[in-house]
Ligand binder design. Structure first.
Ligand code: MRU
Length: 325
């Protein structure tokens, strides 16, 4: 897989030969982004099935992989699908399921992008946060999939790229992807969003998601909630783009979502340099939860869901399951 830690400086690939390698790649953000984690989790199970001696060890490995990151529901979803296949058809079944997940991810993102592109006007400005591009998936992207589908349809979108503190997925990854795609993009510090919106410079916000609760509350990279509040204040539509695999009907609302707390060093250091006093107390929640009432629409591979989300999301899950991707 691409080692996302090395970007934008180097396009480097890493090989995971053991379950430890898979867990380490997830923990250290070599691979990140909800759909990419889903596929990685499934391949991790396939790897465990091939390399470990018995079903008990494979089940234990699956649990370890799921425990690496608690917020992105796609990880547990991908591991669950591959485990189901393993229990029925062994290592071959697990690998086939991982391959299916990977292939479907790209097809679903393309469908999602085509739906979402309808929401963007010609020459419009879009603000995005974190990285929800091809890197965060197996390919094409979700929020960036919407933007790139609009570009493919001649809509010439212009993108404000939030740098995305503390680990800079926007500056490092989204900026890199948009540059490669030839899409007009401008990098801004996260704190610039308010004044850009006040100046009428943002036509809409499009972000990805790590988990969408049954009622439409959305967990995504920390800072997303603040953007949604700003967008509401400035009457800017706030859109979420995610495949139906990110919708977790077993989580009733945002309050039930576990937000991952990450290493304080991500906040106290910048590019390897310490920027805070030694021993400083740090809170580093990796995600926040945006209430459904601030979300103008949720774009999935089944179309554009509007409020009330409990009903529209359930219908998207049914539609997506009935469609072959
Ligand atoms: O901590 P990360 O980089 O894994 O967080 C990723 C995000 O918040 C993305 O927006 C989300 O996973 C959607 S990726 C298509």
């Amino acid at each position: 897989m691409i080692d996302q830690r090395a970007l934008p400086g180097r396009l480097r690939f890493i090989t995971c030969a053991t379950v430890d390698d898979v867990c380490d790649a997830i923990n250290t953000l070599a691979v990140r982004g909800a759909p990419a984690l889903g596929a990685t989790g499934a391949y991790g199970v396939a790897l465990a099935a091939r390399t470990l001696g018995n079903a008990r060890s494979v089940r234990a490995a699956a649990k370890r992989i799921v425990a690496t990151r608690p917020t992105a529901v796609n990880l547990a979803w991908g591991v669950g699908r591959a485990m189901h296949a393993f229990e029925h058809a062994g290592a071959t079944g697990a690998l086939a399921e991982a391959e299916t997940i990977a292939d479907e991810d790209v097809a679903r993102n393309r469908a999602l992008g085509a739906h979402g592109a309808e929401l963007l006007g010609v020459g419009g400005t879009v603000l995005t946060h974190c990285n929800a591009g091809a890197l965060a998936c197996v390919g094409y992207g979700t929020a960036l999939g919407v933007i790139r589908a609009a570009a493919e349809r001649g809509k010439r979108p212009r993108v404000w790229v939030d740098e995305t503190r503390p680990v800079l997925q926007g500056a490092r990854l989204t900026a890199w992807e948009l540059d490669r795609l030839g899409i007009d993009a401008t990098l801004v510090a996260d704190v610039a969003a308010a004044s850009l919106m006040a100046a009428g410079e943002v036509d809409c916000v499009v972000v990805g998601a790590d988990r969408i609760a049954a009622n439409g509350d959305v967990a995504n990279k920390v800072g997303t909630y603040g953007l949604a509040v700003l967008a509401h204040h400035h009457h800017v539509p706030f859109y979420v783009a995610a495949p139906t695999s990110t919708i977790d009907v077993r989580t009733p609302d945002g309050a039930a979502i576990t937000v991952e707390e990450r290493d304080p060093a991500e906040v106290t250091t910048f590019a390897g340099t310490r920027i805070a006093p030694l021993g400083m107390a740090v809170a580093n929640p990796a995600f926040d939860v945006t209430p459904a009432r601030l979300v103008a629409a949720i774009v999935t591979e089944a179309g554009i869901a509007r409020r009330p989300y409990r009903r529209s999301l359930a219908s998207h899950i049914r539609l997506a399951a009935a469609h072959s991707f």
